[in-house]
Design a protein around this ligand. Structure first.
Ligand code: G2I
Length: 667
């Protein structure tokens, strides 16, 4: 169950003595000093390469007055949301009296820096002047139309202005409509009207509904899901859903964020994270920084994993200007830069998750495998090795060489961006040792690998000694379509360069044909028929092309394939309340040995329980039985593969039972 969170827009509080104390004690902690990210690839470059935006909420005063703020704003971000300057109280403080100074300032900055603007926000219960709140129904609807028409119209032809939050925070936590002056005066029709007025004023802008505490799948997000589905069914122009993302480390990460985004995406809308910040309980410590950084990583990863996620807006970027301490007195430090504009681990996390390798990465790549030599001639050799891995990716390898079979020292003779390298210009009949080490983009280097010794062939005469015969292969991992073979290595005077794998059909007779090669002493063969026997042999080659005798054969029989796959199902009660519950995720797994293309889950609904929402499946209820069939995009499951769906149920408030008896069948 989602932990209760404090409303994100409580009345702004004065800067308290407690807050100041917390700040002072933090500055005393030298362990937290961060370094500037001078050489890191900017977030906007990385995000653009992934087809996403990365933005921030801009405050007008530092944007006008602080060079350090402006530099980060234009270097790191390709999208801007006005934190306050486009809200109703800022733009139309009294009826038809307009002030666009802050809004224009932000749009002009964005145009100058090739950034997209997200307009925030047209219809909200907060920061709306008293003159609107006191109107009767007819006048209030007219005021709403005028406000939307004028404000959206002002920027409609400006290509920087690409999207608007049309309605903001229209739900209570339990999924009912918020009892705002809008709802209480106009009923829910104000929502559809607001979208229609906005579409009329700017036919090209993406029109969004935005809210907080809807990051995970819960009663509130399901209410939003149902509303978006029903509005779109009525041709109301809802194009996009904004998940604010005001997260707090003490409440845990909404681990179903990606899944939640995906169910909205399946409705055909764009999704985005609109106001991301991750607050921690003061005082700040490096351990809390690490947890916070992980939350940022998780959000970026979720957006990257969902094609319909257009991008992420961070609610500010520096702890110097954040709404958090004013609203939550013992919380703060929610943003990726500290109050001196130094990057925090959260910045590194975002940069890294977007594919960057920021320069405060200190993790070295893993040590590459020992090189193996092939293609040895009298003057050259080709080396190959098992690749290294690294948190920000391996950028290349250094190749080191020492003379002779021992002694001497290793010096670098080349570099490679792949796990192979050919060295040339060697002397005939001479031994060399080679090592490789990996580098990452931040310049960290791994340890050097173990060395391989290579002896070039004699110029002219040539090596004629064949490798020894490999051991009889042993089979493991036998499935209906494949097998893994391993064998004892051959030895050779100039080194074994690889093995040929030979296969014959059946348990006897037929002839052996080569089906693959390996530079190691194992090989996985695939594409076999179920319930069928094969024999395998291997033979070794050296660099001069000498081939060993073939090993003895091993006989392998694949397992039975079966035809229809089976499936299993598990279901979890994700959250419940008096009057309802959410079953999420219902996980369907293909337990068979072949692919399935559809599945059917049945379950029992206690009497008086009614389905009120569903996602990622097609559920019908008859009597007390629910039948869920796959949606058109999640019926196909490979053996072992799983998918999930979910649904929401209402029930009598006196009843705390839930749906049960889940069974799965194919098709
Ligand atoms: O509450 C956090 C956000 C939740 N979602 C909607 C967002 O629009 C909202 O942003 C915050 C701003 O970050 C604050 O900066 O909205 C607050 C208003 O509800 C903003 O606070 C206001 C103060 O209440 C005013 O006293 C102040 O004059 O900021 C104004 C400008 O600094």
């Amino acid at each position: 169950m989602t932990p209760p969170r404090v409303s994100v827009h409580r009345a702004r509080r004065r800067f308290t003595a407690l807050t100041v104390l917390a700040l002072v004690s933090t500055f005393a902690l030298p362990v937290l000093s961060a370094s500037p990210a001078a050489a890191a690839t900017p977030l906007r470059t990385l995000a653009a390469a992934k087809g996403k935006f990365i933005g921030f909420a801009a405050a007008t005063s530092p944007l006008a007055n602080e060079a350090a703020y402006r530099t980060i704003a234009q270097t790191e971000f390709n999208q801007i949301t006005a934190e306050n300057a486009m809200k109703w109280d800022a733009t139309e403080p009294s009826d038809n009296s307009w002030n666009f100074s802050g809004a224009d300032q932000i749009v002009n900055f964005a145009v100058a820096n090739n950034q997209a603007v997200h307009g925030h926000t047209l219809v909200w219960h907060s920061q709306t002047p008293g003159w609107v709140q006191g109107l009767g129904a007819t006048a209030m609807r007219t005021a709403m139309q005028d406000h939307i028409t004028t404000l959206v119209g002002r920027y409609a032809s400006n290509t920087a202005l690409q999207s608007w939050d049309v309605v903001n925070e229209v739900f209570e936590e339990n999924g009912s409509f918020r009892s705002s002056f809008w709802y209480n005066t106009l009923g829910q029709s104000f929502i559809a009207d607001a979208f229609r007025y906005a579409r009329a004023a700017d036919p090209d802008a993406k029109l969004c509904i935005n809210d907080y505490n809807v990051e995970g799948i819960n009663a509130k997000s399901t209410a939003m899901y149902n509303l978006v589905q029903s509005l779109r069914a009525q041709n109301v122009p809802v194009d996009c859903v904004g998940f604010q993302g005001h997260l707090a480390t003490q409440y845990g990460f909404p681990s179903d964020l990606q899944q939640n985004m995906a169910r909205f995406a399946a409705l055909g809308v764009q999704v985005r994270v609109t106001e991301l910040d991750v607050r921690i309980l003061t005082p700040r410590t490096s351990a809390k920084d690490t947890v916070q950084a992980q939350y940022y990583t998780n959000v970026v990863n979720a957006c990257l994993a969902v094609t319909a996620c257009a991008g992420i807006t961070i609610w500010g970027f520096t702890d110097k200007y954040s709404w958090v301490p004013d609203t939550f007195p013992s919380e703060g430090f929610a943003l990726p830069y500290d109050s001196s504009y130094a990057v925090k681990p959260a910045y590194t996390a975002i940069n890294t998750a977007l594919g960057g390798s920021p320069n405060n990465d200190t993790q070295a790549p893993t040590t590459p495998g020992t090189p193996t030599a092939s293609g040895v001639t009298s003057s050259g050799v080709t080396l190959s090795w098992t690749a290294s891995t690294d948190n920000v990716g391996v950028s290349g390898y250094d190749i080191l060489r020492a003379p002779g079979t021992s002694g001497g020292s290793f010096t670098q003779v080349g570099t490679s961006t792949s796990a192979t390298f050919s060295d040339t210009g060697l002397s005939a009949n001479t031994s060399y040792r080679y090592q490789v080490r990996a580098r990452d983009a931040a310049g960290n280097t791994s340890a050097a690998s173990s060395a391989v010794t290579v002896t070039t062939t004699g110029g002219g005469t040539g090596d004629t000694q064949a490798p020894s015969t490999p051991g009889t292969p042993t089979a493991s991992g036998v499935t209906s379509s494949g097998v893994t073979l391993s064998w004892t290595a051959s030895t050779d005077n100039v080194g074994v360069s690889g093995y040929d794998i030979l296969r014959a059909p059946g348990t006897s007779g037929g002839s052996f044909a080569q089906v693959g090669t390996s530079t190691t002493t194992s090989f996985s063969d695939t594409g076999l028929s179920a319930s069928t026997s094969y024999r395998y042999q291997v033979r070794a080659r050296d660099a001069a092309g000498n081939v060993s005798a073939a090993s003895s054969a091993v006989t392998v029989t694949t397992t039975g394939g079966g035809t229809g796959g089976g499936c299993s199902v598990t279901a979890a009660v994700q959250t419940q309340w008096s009057g309802g519950y959410v079953i999420q995720p219902v996980t369907v797994t293909n337990t068979g040995t072949s692919a399935i293309s559809s599945w059917t889950v049945t379950f029992t609904l206690p009497s008086g329980h009614a389905l009120v929402g569903q996602w990622n499946g097609v559920i019908t209820v008859s009597g007390g039985t629910g039948t869920a069939k796959n949606a058109n995009y999640n019926g196909a499951l490979a053996p072992g593969q799983s998918t999930t769906f979910g649904f929401q149920v209402s029930r009598p408030s006196s009843d705390n039972s839930t749906a049960s008896g889940f069974t799965c069948a194919t098709p």
